[in-house]
Ligand binder design. Sequence first.
Ligand SMILES: *Cc1c(COP(=O)(O)O)cnc(C)c1O
Length: 379
Amino acid sequence: MTIPFNKPFLTGNEIDYINDAIHFGKISGNGKYTKKCQDFFESKYGFKKTLLTTSCTDALEMAALLVGIEPGDEVIIPSYTFVSTANAFALRGAKIIFADSRPDHPGIDESTIESLITKKTKAIVPVHYAGVACDMDIIMELADRYNLFVVEDAAQAIDSFYTGKDGVKRALGTIGHLSCFSFHETKNIISGEGGMLAINDERFIKRAEIIWEKGTDRAAFFRGEVDKYGWVDIGSSFLPSEITSAFLYAQLENISKIQQKRLALWNTYDQSLKEYASNLKIRLPKVPDFATNNAHMFYLVCDTLNQRSQIIKALKDEGILAVFHYISLHSSKYFSGKHGERRLINTDIYSDCLLRLPMYYELKESDAIRITNIIRHTL
Ligand SMILES: *Cc1c(COP(=O)(O)O)cnc(C)c1O
């Protein structure tokens, strides 16, 4: 028997809704399922406006266009993230300034951001790694003081929250000027490829719709606001087909069931390893008091690269796939020559030592326990 790292899943109505979209007679974008999904997100989480996209990568590229990144502008991004977080801004000619991770969590070390701000800085892009919030009070205060935009990379952060100093609990993705989510098959809620741009600053809403629809005012035309539509700005084709949105909507109907199941698995991993973690010299995920856990990921921070390889091998011998995560972007093939000498010590530790355990809707509690038993006996 093998246990993959991830597995796509159906929750009930996915296939029926795809059939319905086809029989309804529209499978291109911005139809009834797109609207159902967008309405769901806006009313459940409080985003001012949402637009489904074909990926989080697309949403990030829209965000870079919207905040008006021009060649030479600087954008502060954690090095420990997926390529798209930085690539979307690099496409517009931005100079990427990579920040280190926190010592206790792979998210951006908020205390280092201010020292990276210059006259050319235009935006900060925090990534809520594993769906756990960055300290958004610190980031928003810096953005205010230096007049910067904040684009949340909330790819992993659906249904997760941040409680600020004011005691208000806010959904991740509602705090920055813009936010980007992913529904890639490896995330909590899936549609194969899929994503969403959330717009919290009203100034961006109108232009976002135009950029989304290939630089045209077609969305306004379909609402009857203009009598013909045409080319009004730059843009691209960022909207998903109704087939994708229909699949996504079926998942959204079951979001609490999905989240409960993932949280139960996450807690099983945590409980079964807690007692042994310090003996094994592994660190378990930390969730700060201001954040919630959406059980996007269960990871270990191993003591050494060698220990991580040992655990991967022991699991693989039993047919179980555990995987490491990002290779720091500042030391990537594309970027290492551009980064300079500034060391990002914590980022490098996560690159070498972080290990993700299988986590998906259909994983059984008994499998999670079996996995932790193998880890305990490896060392
Ligand atoms: C998954 C992910 C992305 C990319 O999402 P796509 O929908 O695959 O484009 C970007 N940033 C982070 C942090 C991610 O985890």
